[in-house]
Design a protein around this ligand. Structure first.
Ligand code: G3P
Length: 217
């Protein structure tokens, strides 16, 4: 399963990339708005660091505007993926941009029917938001199970990019269901390798080692 980081922070992306397990980056207008500098220059830097898919989202809500912004985003770097919202115009733009060979990530997906439409429109990635569904007392991971089943039934090539991941169990559950990718904030990726028994175990190994060295000295 691929792991993407969901942030616009170049510093955080570099830190996670240094781990050697980072496959891509997703951004959205809220995340990019927090960062200083020109957003296109920032996306270019991110592509250079990651050398994998980097999603940049359109802010236009009409088809023509999405196409215009989509072309601009795709021009930034060959790793850029154009993110469009799962609206009527977004699906139309997905079909058109995909037809031109541009990779599209369809975002703000909250139902299996929406995911089916995105796949039919040739999306490279579908982004169902699990955390935001959990927030309204709806099981976000059930949506992932449905989408994975539907895509498998019909051999759709669209990759399931689990978004709005809030904790490591979202990632583990997504992996068990066979989702292709999880995109998570840096803190959630950091939380994956933290385990109290690992820390306790390491502390004991090092103490035992030091004790043995002292006896030998
Ligand atoms: O980038 C899309 C998504 O991952 C946002 O997550 O935590 O704002 O619901 P969140």
């Amino acid at each position: 399963m691929k792991i993407f980081v969901d942030t616009g922070s170049i510093k955080d992306i570099q830190t996670i990339a240094d781990l050697g397990i980072l496959d891509g980056v997703t951004t959205n207008p809220s995340l990019l708005a927090k960062e200083p500098g020109d957003f296109k220059a920032n996306l270019k830097k991110i592509c250079e660091i990651v050398q994998g898919p980097v999603s940049g989202e359109v802010t236009a809500t009409d088809f023509a505007g999405m196409m215009r912004e989509g072309h601009d985003i795709a021009k930034i770097d060959s790793h850029m993926v154009v993110k469009v919202p799962l609206t009527r115009d977004g699906i139309k733009a997905c079909k058109a941009l995909s037809g031109e060979g541009i990779k599209v990530n369809v975002t703000l997906c909250f139902s299996a029917g929406q995911a089916l439409l995105a796949a039919k429109a040739g999306a490279t990635f579908i982004s169902p938001f699990v955390g935001r569904l959990d927030d309204i007392s709806t099981n976000g991971m059930e949506l992932i199970r449905e989408i994975v089943t539907i895509y498998k039934n019909y051999g759709f090539k669209t990759e399931v990019l689990v978004a709005s991941c809030r904790h490591p169990m979202h990632i583990v559950e997504a992996a068990k269901m066979g989702a292709d990718i999880c995109t998570c904030p840096p803190a959630v990726i950091e939380a994956l390798y933290n385990h109290p028994l690992t820390n306790i175990g390491l502390e004991k190994f090092l103490k035992d080692w030091e004790k043995a060295q002292a006896v030998k000295a």
